[in-house]
Ligand binder design. Structure first.
Ligand SMILES: Cc1cc2nc3c(=O)[nH]c(=O)nc-3n(C[C@H](O)[C@H](O)[C@H](O)COP(=O)(O)O)c2cc1C
Length: 243
């Protein structure tokens, strides 16, 4: 173990924060670390919007399914894929911008790598964080609240603050059920991995004193019906050609 590995392995999402504000120098250091993430062909197709307005935060609480941490966290950022810069460069040069699904994926991948570097930098500075995928619950409305221009794709939020809780670590699949040698395993091996993970997750919830259905049951439920079906038309409306 070195300090980096210790930090990475210590991660837990933090959902309760003290009132201590983020230090401006820490915000800038974390965003700068985010920017050091690798970026596909150096396109830097991302940005993050820091939301300080209490009124905007309250509206986002409602739009994220009542996640009060969006208002309570000392820091809240909206992580976006950003193709606007490329579009404006093309427009200024009188050239067409003809972006397809690949460009959308590049923006999503770039923004996610940026966000994770930024989040880990915050952790290294003693903060805790929680991503907010709930931002996509009612994305067209959230996008209006945020006044996002064409070409900018909001993906998820990021709450940041000094931890006011100390949760136990959530289990992950066993390493060898994620790291495969040469080829993807057969279905029987994958199913054995699911059983093992069900056991690990069950003991995690037992330790927390919570009753929960098995992990596989929750995944079956989660993926049995379509959710957030507005996303395709929303992102297309923002300029993403998903073909
Ligand atoms: C893209 C993304 C979106 C997430 N959205 C939410 C969210 O809306 N609300 C929440 O409480 N946690 C959210 N999480 C946190 C996950 O629930 C958490 O990472 C997962 O349960 C594993 O727990 P851990 O981060 O403590 O290891 C999100 C995580 C990711 C990566």
């Amino acid at each position: 173990m070195n300090d980096t590995l210790t930090l990475l392995n210590r991660h837990r999402s933090i959902r309760h924060y003290t009132d201590e504000p983020l230090l401006e120098e820490d915000v800038r250091a974390a965003v700068e670390a985010g920017q050091r993430a690798a970026t596909s062909s150096a396109i830097e197709a991302y940005c993050c919007i820091r939301i300080r307005s209490a009124e905007t935060r309250e509206r986002l609480v409602t739009l994220t399914g009542g996640q009060t941490k969006v208002a309570d966290a000392p820091g809240f950022f909206v992580i976006c894929g950003d193709t606007r810069r490329h579009r404006l460069a093309a427009q200024r040069a009188g050239r067409a911008y003809d972006s397809r699904l690949e460009a959308f994926l590049l923006a999503v991948i770039d923004a996610t790598l940026f966000a994770q570097n930024m989040a880990l930098a915050f952790e290294s500075l003693g903060y805790g964080f929680c991503y907010i995928g709930g931002l996509r619950n009612r994305l067209p409305e959230a996008s209006k609240v945020l006044d996002l221009p064409h070409g900018v794709y909001p993906l998820f939020g990021l709450c940041v603050g000094r931890p006011d809780e100390d949760p136990i670590e959530r289990p992950r699949f066993a390493l060898d059920d994620v790291l495969f040698e040469e080829r993807y395993p057969d279905d029987a091996q994958v199913l054995r991995a699911l059983d093992a993970h069900d056991e690990d997750v069950a003991s995690y919830y037992e330790k927390r004193g919570d009753e929960m259905p098995r992990w596989t049951e929750r995944m079956i439920e989660k993926f049995a019906t379509p959710i957030r079906t507005h996303l395709g038309s929303y992102y297309r409306g923002q300029g993403a050609d998903l073909t």
